[in-house]
Design a protein around this ligand. Structure first.
Ligand SMILES: Cc1ncc(COP(=O)(O)O)c(C=O)c1O
Length: 401
């Protein structure tokens, strides 16, 4: 879980600078703030690290998705392809944009299956959203090939792989726009917060306007700004940015140590008969956010989890997870929107066939996730803790497999 294990002096120093001059908002107050612009500093650090033209701080990873979709002009009548295995925010952002989420299967990388993406493209598809799940990369070569073939933009949802790479290039820099989160579970955290990146001038401008009530941010005062489009308030605050900045500076160290911890366990268990470790497309670019492995059947996975728990090792059976697998999201399956009108599902502007999906529409994903266990990897893991996990897996394998 990296970031939150490392909160201390660095974060305090950044926060102190903000508190000393008292300007907690990112815009305006130029005289009083004495050159301190933490959101801007965070954006500059992110841009430089990713090697992209633009970064925009926002209030959360969910907000980053919503703002990115607004920048792309996603709206009623559109379809957006997302994976069946993701955090619910990916799909919520599509629904908040009034578009229809079209759910693609995952493959044994636990990321979106490019074959199914291609199968699900229709005349209404306006966006493809690969999500880099549990620290490792979606197949960006194939997804970008599909994007170019059909001329459909790509948004990389990257909160779980911030700092990771694919064939030497940072994840988040392949598509048209990418989103990240600094929530409390993320590799770099400010409690809450998010950021989006892009190389596209137009997308950046629209995102910047939309995230702050349409403000252009170029007049002498906020009151004189123009408003080219309607927007909302997703502005990041200076306190959030101060902590995120201190954390983000440690991102390579967090990834390196977590990756080492993860692969010590992974390499020790991968030859055990009956255990299949996750297929990772580029191990060097894995940030070690979590370790996942599959068992031969669902029954064995359930048993394996129970027995591991008795040994003091907690895991998550991904097929049963109510946070990350669309088949378990009753509220979405039943279209329980906050309003009485069930847009976008009942939207008359939508002419496609994907407004209804059912729990058993994702057999390939279910077959994988129902057999797959996942455990979190920490920055601080002693050799004896790692050894304990490995030995527990070995003992349970002997009993169960
Ligand atoms: C893949 C993915 N997308 C989006 C989000 C949303 O980020 P936040 O919690 O900052 O809104 C998360 C958070 O867990 C995530 O894992």
């Amino acid at each position: 879980m990296g970031g939150r294990e490392l909160i201390g002096e660095d974060e305090l120093k950044e926060l102190k600078e903000v508190i000393e001059h008292g300007i907690l908002m990112r815009y305006g107050f130029h005289e009083q703030r004495k050159g301190v612009y933490k959101v801007k500093e965070l954006e500059d650090a992110f841009k430089e690290y990713m090697g992209v033209k633009y970064a925009l701080g926002v209030t959360s990873g969910t907000a980053a998705l919503r703002v990115a979709m607004a920048a792309l002009g996603i709206g009623a009548g559109d379809e957006v392809i997302v994976p069946s295995f993701t955090f619910v925010a990916t799909i919520e952002a599509v629904i908040e944009s009034n578009a229809i989420p079209v759910i693609a299967e995952i493959d044994d990388t636990l990321n979106i299956d490019p074959d199914d993406v291609e199968r699900k493209i229709t005349e209404y598809t306006k966006l493809i959203v690969p999500v880099h799940m549990i620290g490792t990369q979606a197949d960006m070569d194939r997804i970008m090939a599909i994007s170019h073939k059909y001329n459909i933009p790509v948004l990389e949802d990257t909160p779980q792989a911030c700092g990771g790479s694919y064939k030497g290039r940072k994840v988040g820099t392949f598509g048209d726009i990418a989103t990240f989160s600094f929530d409390f579970y993320k590799p770099a955290t400010s409690g809450e917060g998010g950021i989006l990146i892009t190389n596209d001038d137009r997308l950046y401008k629209r995102a910047e306007w939309y995230h702050d009530h349409g403000h252009t941010h170029d007049a002498p005062t906020r009151a004189l700004d123009e408003h080219p489009i309607l927007g909302f308030n997703y502005r990041m605050g200076e306190l959030q940015a101060a902590v995120a900045l201190a954390q983000f500076r440690k991102i390579d160290e967090i990834s390196r140590v977590q990756r080492e911890n993860k692969y010590k366990i992974r390499d020790a268990i991968k030859e055990i008969e009956g255990i299949t470790v996750r297929r990772v497309l580029d191990e060097e670019g894995d940030i070690g956010y979590g370790l996942t492995f599959s068992l031969p059947t669902e029954e064995k996975a359930v048993k394996f989890q129970e027995e591991l728990q008795k040994e003091g090792v907690s895991t998550d059976l991904l097929g049963k997870n109510k946070w990350h697998f669309v088949a378990n999201w009753e509220h979405i399956l039943q279209h329980r929107t906050a309003s009485k009108v069930h847009c976008p599902f009942d939207c008359p502007l939508y002419k496609g066939k994907y407004s209804r999906f059912r729990r058993d529409d994702f057999p390939q994903s279910s077959a994988i996730l129902n057999r797959t266990l996942s455990m979190g990897i920490n920055y601080y893991m002693t050799d004896s803790e790692i050894e304990h996990i490995v030995e527990a897996v070995r003992r349970v394998a002997e009993r169960v497999l």
